[in-house]
Design a protein around this ligand. Structure first.
Ligand code: THG
Length: 815
């Protein structure tokens, strides 16, 4: 099927995909914990029976059972050398029974390994890993690709690049959202669809984790920004436990009632995940097949994103600042730290600019004596872990730009593309391939434009070339190219004219490098600010500037207020009162007028008064924490005090921010890692009585389950709180766990399971502990686990996440 045929099909009618495969295979005898590929190939009748039933029920598309056919997954069973053969055979099984006129999709999913900088899998290695599977699948032949049950947007991007660099077949990408409406990594459905459709994905959706009711809100979020059809593959309700088995009780009729609401909210493609059966699909098809197809309007979307945040670029919106500080130009000390390979200032600049109200951050690593490409990549890793803001990638080198766009986990802003024939074309192709927005610089190879007409010509040249390549003009932001007013008296006037031309004739947003205007002049701040306020009144959308400059930020907000922009007055009124050198009486008046602190913990006040060591934990500064601890030690502060009053204080704040959804997984892990580095430095200094652990904990992911992100984090947090943790890893049999607990006389056994199919292994551990007289208290956790399940299997405790787990252990140990 071509991409165009896929689109035409969805313009004609609602389309149906298959339902659950895993739970259907279990009904036919597939035991938990086996390699699914191997079992399927040995029991091909089972998969073919399931798939035939789905086609007969009315599925247009059925997924070949290739979901764990990557080298990384197969290696867990020692089958990586059979990768090509396994994938080809799996696809063949489905093709053999696919009726004429129906479609076979390849199924691609998570590898279970985490990407750098959270894990150690490098992005390009993941792309290659997916590519190997994709090419094996293509050698057998499929109609389209479905990338599904994804928890990380960045891993979706890797799979999409692997497919796009191998073929031109349609791609559907489907993520799994938690009950809070975000992925495990903090991505919203809105961000996901913006990023993926801009990369040329043909359909975006969601599957697993929730029943169809909870998906309504997610579809509602996606529909207004969707330029491609939306797919829904819900579970048949939420899992319940019955006689030690997980069951999904939603009936086909209930399931379809809920899916009908999803249709009305804008979904076009329907299927099912865990617990759904051919009966569910049959009912779906019966009731939804004659619904009118949604005609999806191709809306231009002026928005850039990170993995966790969107910044909309609105022609009539509030003025925005692109933070300029991550740029070594003119900064001696910064250059020196970069030459020494340290990125600590990059992270500081990022956080500081976020706090000061920047909407996007510019990252520029252009200087002598460093490897620009490597530094750009390292900076992006650091900045995207430290802050939520989208990035503007500032380099004139095509190869640096491409390397950066590949690993950037969102929709970036390219800075910049000028009208230089060859480079223009390669840069525009990058914008297209990676779905980025871009700043157009009205320059050619021949130097600065001599007047506004020449500027207009250059803008035309770039936009025409973009149109030729299938890029819409709404992806462009025009740099009005500020020159210094000291050398050219009409510099500002020319810019104002360009701003108005772009806004009112082209309908495009504008940007400028603000400080250029005052180059070579005294008291530059006044010139910059005055220029800015006039430019805002002419319609300037944003500027690359330093948001640390208070006068600039206040005047920009004041200008928005005077222009009566939406929400501007409220925003201005909420700015803190500036301390001036006013007479004492007036100063006192000001102090009273200062807005009462909003109360409660926020990212920006999290470090107030906690001291530098705790701050390193809160901000995940692993490069500085040892030096800060050493300073305290040199002052004669006791190691134990540093742990209790500084490190633990810091990690508590991290836990609290995480609880409040102000931090997501990356920041939690960064904080825990920084703390671990700190602990390693202190541990040898503790007097022996202090090193006696507060409790001994044996921890493991249960047999059959190979998910260990959560388990690892729990282990790290517990270690940080001074517990002795013996981590047995993943896929651990009950016997091994109990034997170890008995051997070390553990106080507590911690068990993790992510899948409903493996949660019953926890019950085995509890029973075996009784049998073998092991007295450790058993605590459990994982995505599918809850308090009720804990009671059901008679475990001693349950916690929802790593921070809660620490509190649980403290409670159980009476600490
Ligand atoms: N248009 C576009 N991109 C741009 C520019 C532009 N990117 C780079 C630049 N111009 C904007 N960024 C900066 C970054 C730093 C400074 C100015 C512009 C700067 N540095 C101080 C100096 O040179 O003295 C250092 C001061 C400090 O410590 O902050 O001023 O026009 N599209």
């Amino acid at each position: 099927m071509t991409r165009q045929e896929f689109r035409q099909l969805l313009e004609k009618r609602t389309v149906f995909i298959d339902g659950a495969t895993g739970t259907e295979l279990q009904k036919r005898g597939m035991p938990a914990g086996v390699c699914p590929e191997k079992w399927i190939l040995e029991n091909s009748w089972a998969i073919q029976e399931v798939q035939k039933a789905y086609y007969e029920a009315g599925s247009d598309i059925v997924l070949a059972p290739t979901f764990t056919g990557t080298r990384i997954k197969l290696a867990e069973y020692g089958l990586e050398n059979d990768l090509v053969e396994i994938n080809r055979k799996l696809v063949r099984l489905t093709r053999e029974i696919a009726p004429a006129g129906k479609f076979v999709a390849a199924d691609i999913s998570m590898t279970g390994k985490q990407l750098y900088p959270i894990g150690d899998l490098m992005f390009e290695d993941l792309v290659d890993c997916y590519k190997e599977q994709v090419q094996a699948i293509l050698s057998e032949g499929v109609d389209l690709f479905v990338v599904e049950t994804m928890m990380s947007l960045q891993e979706c991007r890797a799979a999409v690049l692997a497919i796009k660099e191998s073929c031109d077949l349609p791609i559907i990408v489907s993520l799994t959202y938690n009950p809070d409406g975000k992925t495990l990594y903090g991505t919203s459905p809105e961000t996901a669809i913006i990023v993926l459709q801009s990369m040329g994905v043909d359909c975006v959706g969601m599957n697993c984790n929730t029943g169809p009711d909870a998906m309504l809100e997610l579809v509602n979020q996606m529909a207004p920004v969707a330029n491609v059809p939306i797919m829904v593959k819900p579970n048949a309700g939420l899992p319940e436990l019955e006689n030690g088995k997980t069951v999904y009780k939603m009936t086909p009729v209930e399931f379809t009632d809920a899916c009908e609401k999803l249709y009305e909210a804008g979904a076009s493609l329907f299927g099912g995940c865990c617990g759904s059966t051919p009966d569910h699909i049959r009912e779906l098809v019966l009731r939804l097949k004659d619904k009118k197809a949604h005609q999806i309007q191709d809306k231009p979307l002026r928005v850039v994103t990170s993995e966790r945040m969107n910044t909309w670029i609105d022609l009539d919106g509030n003025f925005m600042v692109i933070g300029e500080r991550i740029n070594p130009t003119g900064k001696k000390k910064f250059q020196e730290t970069l030459r020494n390979g340290s990125l600590s200032m990059v992270v500081d600049f990022a956080r500081e600019q976020e706090e000061r109200g920047a909407s996007i951050l510019d990252v520029n690593m252009g200087m002598n004596g460093i490897d620009e490409k490597q530094m750009m990549l390292d900076s992006i890793y650091e900045v995207t872990s430290a802050v939520d803001l989208p990035l503007c990638i500032d380099t004139s080198h095509v190869d640096v730009m491409e390397a950066a766009l590949r690993i950037y986990p969102g929709r970036a802003l390219i800075n910049s593309i000028s009208a230089e024939e060859e480079k223009m074309e390669s840069m525009l192709k990058l914008a297209k391939k990676y779905g980025a927005m871009f700043i157009t610089l009205p320059l050619s190879g021949a130097g600065l434009p001599k007047d506004i007409n020449e500027k207009k010509q250059h803008i035309d040249t770039v936009l025409n070339k973009a149109a030729e390549l299938g890029i819409r003009k709404e992806d462009a932001v025009i740099d009005v190219l500020v020159q210094t007013v000291g050398a050219e008296g009409t510099a500002a006037l020319q810019c104002f004219e360009t701003i108005e031309y772009c806004k009112y004739e082209l309908g495009l947003p504008t940007v400028c490098g603000l400080s250029n205007i005052s180059f070579g002049m005294p008291n530059r701040g006044f010139v910059n600010t005055t220029y800015l306020t006039i430019a805002v009144s002419k319609g300037l959308t944003m500027a690359i500037a330093n948001p640390n400059q208070e006068m600039l930020m206040y005047c920009a907000a004041a200008a928005d207020t005077l222009m009566n922009k939406p929400g501007a007055l409220e925003k201005y009124a909420a700015l803190p009162v500036v301390e001036t050198k006013a007479a004492p009486a007036q100063a006192a008046g000001n102090a009273q007028a200062a807005p009462a602190s909003s109360g409660g913990l926020t990212v920006s006040n999290a470090c107030d008064g906690v001291g530098p060591v705790a701050e390193c934990v809160i901000k995940g500064k692993k490069g500085q924490i040892v030096a800060e601890i050493q300073k305290l030690l040199d002052e004669g502060i006791e190691p134990q005090t540093i742990i209790e009053k500084h490190l633990i204080k810091g990690i508590n704040v991290v836990g609290e921010l995480y609880d409040k959804k102000k931090y997501f997984l990356p920041q939690l892990i960064a904080g825990a890692n920084a703390m671990e580095i700190g602990m390693k430095h202190i541990e040898p200094l503790l007097a022996s009585k202090d090193t006696e652990a507060k409790a001994k904990i044996v921890i493991a992911t249960v047999e059959g389950d190979i998910h260990d992100i959560g388990k690892n984090l729990v282990a790290l947090m517990l270690k940080n709180y001074g517990f002795e943790v013996i981590d047995l890893g993943k896929d651990v049999p009950a016997e091994t766990i109990i034997d170890k607990a008995v051997e070390v006389n553990a106080d507590i056994i911690g068990l993790s399971a992510l899948m409903t199919t493996t949660m019953m292994r926890m019950d085995d551990v509890v029973k075996l502990a009784k049998e073998k007289g092991c007295n450790a208290q058993i605590i459990i956790g994982g995505a599918c686990i809850n308090e009720t399940f804990k009671d059901e299997i008679n475990a001693d405790g349950y916690s929802e996440d790593a921070a809660e787990c620490v509190k649980l252990v403290q409670r159980l140990m009476n600490i």
